[in-house]
Design a protein around this ligand. Sequence first.
Ligand code: PHE
Length: 341
Amino acid sequence: MDIEKRLHQLRSQFQKDLTTAQNAKELEALKVQYLGKKGELQGLMSLLRECTPDERPMVGKLINELKNDVTESLDRQETKLGDAELSERLKAEIDDVTLPGRRRFMGRRHIISQTLEESLDILMEMGFSVQYGPDIESEYYNFEALNFAKDHPARDMQDTFFITKDTLLRTHTSNIQIRVMEGSKPPIRVVGPGVCYRNEDITARSHVMFNQIEALYVDKKVTFGDLLSTLEEFYTKLFKNKLKLRYRPSYFPFVEPGMEVDISCIRCSGEGCVLCKQSGWLEVCGAGMVHPEVLKSGGIDPEEYTGFAFGGGIERVALLRHAISDIRFFLEDDLRFLQQF
Ligand code: PHE
């Protein structure tokens, strides 16, 4: 029978086509080709009409069987191809869930900023307010107004980076003293932090760029005793330690009397160790009573007012507090170093 042959042909044609379909798109095209409105199987319906009435039920059944088979095969193939595509995609996108997660990087303040802020906090608690001065300073505020006479050899104490004849990178935060006195009336109680610059060899102990804080107190009847007790309280709090302080007479043109201040070694408490080079003492700052000439430069009457000042390095404090061996670490931006604090 013609129609049976035709059905058989169609079936094997379909099976062949099915094996060549590679993906969902090709499968869809096959579906349209066989099961669509104008598809092959629909085409068979016209053959049905040509059949004799007693052939019809049998042929109808055969067509239906074929239709079911085609539908089923297409579905099965669709699932199979879908699975294959999915596993292909998963293979390409795979994440190794056993890999350790990426740590989120948490920033923190630089150890020098931390030390500086702590120093300021202590002094602010004691009634000092924070004042800033410029890094690029005139020769006047850095030296002259601070009683460094023009050809005074004391100017050689600090090797200065000059920008022009009259402008320089400040060598100390004492430049803040005159600026503050000019701008306000006593009582003055300020602390000035800032970066200072000196043309020195860069070694484990010294650098061309470092931070200082400067404390200045001017009022009626400010005494040397006030200076000593302020220093004691400040350094005891800063080093979180009951310290002894030692004062060595020293010369700074802007104070009289002037001195250098040592604290008892925070490591050996004065017995002698590597940190204090067996001396039992660690130098922390310069200090003294504000020189009358300096008060005058600041527009303050030295007959009426007295004052004290002290200034010290921040790097030095951080080096001592954390037993750091080299000042250069602070500027090297090595995270292995910085992350320890
Ligand atoms: N400016 C001085 C220095 O840098 C320190 C100092 C400050 C000394 C205040 C006395 C008074 O060495």
